[in-house]
Design a protein around this ligand. Sequence first.
Ligand code: AMP
Ligand code: ZN
Length: 455
Amino acid sequence: MSGQTEEFTPLNADQVRMYTCGPTVHDYAHIGNFRTFLFEDLLRRVLMQQGYQVTQVMNLTDVEDRIIKKAADKGITIDEFTKPYIEAFFEDLDTLRIERAERYPRATQHVAEMVSLIEVLNGKGHTYVSDGSTYFRIATFPRYGRLAHLDVSGLKAGARVDVDDYGKDDPRDFVLWKARKPGEQSWDTPLGAGRPGWHIECSAMSMKYLGESFDIHTGGVDNIFPHHENEIAQSESATGKTFARYWLHAQHLQDAVGEKMSKRLKNFSTLRDLLAEGYQPRAIRYALITGAHYRSPLAFSPELLKAADSSVKRLDEFAVRLGPVPSPLAGEGQGGGLEVRQRWDDALRDDLNLPAAVGHLFEFIKAFNTRLESGKATADERAAAMAMLRHANRILDVIEFPQALGAEVERLIAERQAARDRRDFARSDEIRQQLLAMGIQLDDTKDGPRWKRIR
Ligand code: AMP
Ligand code: ZN
């Protein structure tokens, strides 16, 4: 809200309560949406790695203009219409390894809470009714516009909008409760037959699950106005308290010519599209979280995905090259006292600068590879490097670590080595083929055989 980087301190010492605006389930989410959800996953993971306990709530917007229209066109209920998209959303979260929030409340299941909140606003004189719909009168909330840094001095009294999403910087009275229209699904409530506007759901559900004041509220930059501005106006007018204490917004994922990726412009890809084109989920995740700092726009392109794919492979290879280390957890707490560990943590603590953190990690990998090649790296150093890699992967979640080999594989590798030692290359090749069939590829190096898993 200040437009500055501020020091973060939660209301309760070691707990963070955060609310993240979720998807509108009128269709499959596109990867622009997932850039924002991945930024929230990053925030959550960094807070947890810093030792906080995180309670994250993400709403599912399952009633709004487009959903109502599409359901009515198909002649089915809202629930029937949204069900497959909600299921797809959770599948996509798993594919991208986005950690689950603690709660995913749905708007349609919180209409009573929204009605109560609107009634409180009615009681305090913040609303008016016109043609059966209830509007929030923003002239009653002098702080309106503070988040979006809008000048509301030219506010036109009584100018109002019915649609949920409207013009860029034109503050108007917004709808809290929409009167029923013929053919639309509606709720019978003390406010009349109708349905909630979009903004009220996030105020009602965030305060229900996180309290009237909570720590962090996030979304994409397009949420700032009018959505988040309206959430603040509704919530603070009702409670008289600060609503969310810190606001973080992800910049947009853009197409190749710098336009916001959106359904409306039809310049979007879904996760499913990219998987069908053969891209790996890990590369997509990596591209969207490291491609740019969350507050900078990111241009989406096949090149971005290809670069991400090769970075992920380099991380995998480094894990393999470190070879078996004394204990996978040795030095985990300290990152083995490595300087890179401090740099990594500092970058993330500085407003989640993951691109910088990853830069430090790759510098370290490059230097360590040289050490490995010269044969100077000790077992302890390798363990420390492995601990650092695991520490980084707690945030990145893209590396596939080599797993310990089974006893049978170990035995075959030893038998093959014995065959090579007695120059029985026929037997050695036979075992190599046998291991390949088991998904283990052996390469002979001057330090002895190295293995890797192949997919
Ligand atoms: P929606 O499903 O439209 O409500 O959007 C879900 C989330 O995705 C919101 O937090 C939006 O701000 C965010 N979002 C929408 N388009 C983009 C984009 N092109 N890049 C990043 N985030 C986006
Ligand atoms: Zn919201």
